[in-house]
Ligand binder design. Structure first.
Ligand SMILES: [Zn+2]
Length: 96
């Protein structure tokens, strides 16, 4: 395991486990700070124990029908993770 790659949260630089499938994923603390483009807090979660992506506004519980979110002003993409839960990754400016 000595050759294991390191991964750092692209938002706060916290050291995380490297995940080849999600090379730009953010840590749990940052995931909880997700906002929409206007700075409204978004809650991300699974629709059921079987997964499925769901997001809604923290204040009104209104559905947020979008995978794009912002953490500390950095554009991110949120989606369901392969083994349950939600994964948020930063979007590099030179890719889509
Ligand atoms: Zn972080």
């Amino acid at each position: 395991m000595s050759s294991q790659q390191k991964h750092y949260c692209p938002i706060c630089n916290k050291e995380l486990e490297f995940n080849r499938r999600y090379p730009n994923y953010v840590c749990h603390d940052c995931a909880e700070k997700a906002n929409d483009i206007n700075g409204r807090k978004i809650v991300l979660g699974n629709i059921s124990i079987f997964g499925g992506y769901e997001a809604y506004f923290a204040d009104t519980k209104e559905k947020y029908d979008n995978h794009i979110c912002y953490i500390n002003g950095i554009k991110c993409y949120a989606d369901k993770a392969r083994f349950g839960g939600i994964v948020i990754q930063t979007i590099k400016p030179n890719s889509n």
